[in-house]
Design a protein around this ligand. Structure first.
Ligand SMILES: [Mn+2]
Ligand SMILES: [Zn+2]
Length: 220
């Protein structure tokens, strides 16, 4: 049986964090997964502009990728809709080292598919460590070239992983892309198959009401 770790992080106050953290904790307790949340944690080194919260996921994935078989990163705006579905199968795959969810559009630079990086599952292996280190290093290179925090030239948190890894023929055999119908981005299909969602709500405090509504319809 795989040992699975689920991690999340956030800096600052998020008005719905009790709902989403409670949801993640309940799900992980049900299935026996380790759950670690670094919210306003002294664990972090200070971030220097133009670093932003997004890079905490890379940092935390690198730090926590040990003592487990698989690690699942969840943005704080992720939410389990169906607690009866385990991560095994969808987010752990014998043939893959990275499980990511489907595309939500093309990269403005190269036209390759851009993936949802709010939900990421990495196998504890050397390939994952190399990818995560490369993901972290490229951010430092980018800042030296151009300190503007915009997403351009296939770099930045989302584009680098999508353009340079997921859509790169060199890495294709390591990556499994889950259908949005299983772990959707932004939309709720209403199907019990969609057991996890990422709502792109980190910058939208009004989303508390949405998570309150979702909480009412969680399948337990
Ligand atoms: Mn998010
Ligand atoms: Zn690109």
């Amino acid at each position: 049986m795989s040992k699975i770790k689920v991690i999340t992080a956030y800096e600052g106050d998020c008005c719905y964090q009790d709902l989403t953290l409670g949801n993640m904790r309940e799900y992980c307790q049900r299935w026996g997964y380790e759950f670690k949340a670094n919210i306003n944690s002294p664990y972090w080194k200070p971030l220097v502009y133009p670093h932003c919260m997004m890079w905490r996921k890379t940092e935390m994935l690198i730090e926590e990728l040990h003592d487990c078989d698989w690690i699942l990163w969840l943005d704080l705006d992720c939410f389990f809709l169906n607690m009866t579905v385990p991560l095994e199968g969808a987010f752990t795959d014998e043939t893959a080292d990275l499980v990511i969810t489907g595309s939500f559009g093309p990269c403005p630079e190269c036209g390759k598919a851009v993936h949802n990086v709010g939900l990421l599952s990495f196998r504890n292996c050397n390939w994952s460590r190399e990818i995560l280190t490369g993901w972290w290093d490229q951010e430092h290179e980018r800042i030296k070239l151009n300190p503007a925090p915009e997403y351009t030239h296939c770099v930045g948190e989302t584009l680098w992983l999508s353009c340079q890894v997921v859509e790169n023929p060199v890495h294709v055999s390591h990556v499994k892309i889950l259908p949005l119908a299983i772990a959707g981005w932004a939309t709720i299909t209403g199907s019990p198959d969609q057991f996890l969602t990422h709502q792109y709500a980190a910058l939208q405090p009004a989303k508390r009401k949405m998570f309150e509504k979702l909480e009412q319809r969680v399948i337990r």
